[in-house]
Design a protein around this ligand. Sequence first.
Ligand code: ZN
Ligand code: ZN
Ligand code: FE
Length: 327
Amino acid sequence: MESRKLVMELRWDPILGEWVMVSNIRSFRPWQPTTFCPFCPGTEETGYGWEALIVENKYPMLIEEPPEPTKHRFYKTQKAYGKCYVVIETPLHDIDDLSDLSEKQIAYVINLIIEKQKEIMNKEFAEYFLWFRNKGREIGVSLTHPHSQIYVLPFTPIKILREIENAKNYWKENNSCIFCKIIEIEKEDGIRLLLENRDWIAFMPFYAHWPFEIHIYPKRHLQLLTELTQSEVDLLAQILKYSLCGLKRMFSKPMPYVMVLHQAPLKASHPYYHLHIEIYGFLRDEGKLKYAAGMETGGGNFTYDAVPEENASKLRAKINECVNGVK
Ligand code: ZN
Ligand code: ZN
Ligand code: FE
């Protein structure tokens, strides 16, 4: 048998102009038995005596000392510098979702992530800090112990680059922030508003891509997670808890979703950018999963089989049940 080589590299798509992360590390590390939870207390990595924990991902796409990338006569590659972490959000295995944790615990988790960002942001390779959360077996999440992930990337993700481009253009034309403008518009319109507290606002975008999409903006114009004050962290925990609780109640089974933090790149200054969180709820109806299929994956534009204002109204009702403590 020929010996296989560990490949961890970035490959440049010259047609779309974006990086693809390539890693075959999974095939070099043994798969763990399904009866064992690697995120529970008392494993080699986790130990005991913690409320929440950030550990290195066992199957990273990016590492601090990556192997030499493939040299090709035509195609461009780059070393897969970076870090991949798992955020274990509670020692309790049987909690279903972030929204089932207390506000205090969610704030603790956010603070841990902020500390991690502070620790890593000055590393040379650290261009971008992406915190995201995948929830639901329906979208391939096999480990049910509550967790999210962090990718510290050597490039800025393509979606963020597009947001920066449009925010910059709006700033040039209007001398103001497009995100701040959207907060103003959503408050005026009201029909897509989901929840609001002193520091944050949650709404379903006018241009939602996914059936139950939630965007959460801080009211203060800021660019990085590390700029949040403690009271902003506490109120973010609150608005996240109730937004996700409402999402979970939409149908008889909990909503599968992806949540992601969009912030500015770590290097250089981006005054026209405005940090926010996006949550994509994937069920369009009872038991009906919306897929990114032909149009979305093939063409890149989304179809929305409903009206965002109507879905916002349904979701707002569920969020209000959570706020009012309806069982
Ligand atoms: Zn567990
Ligand atoms: Zn702004
Ligand atoms: Fe965004």
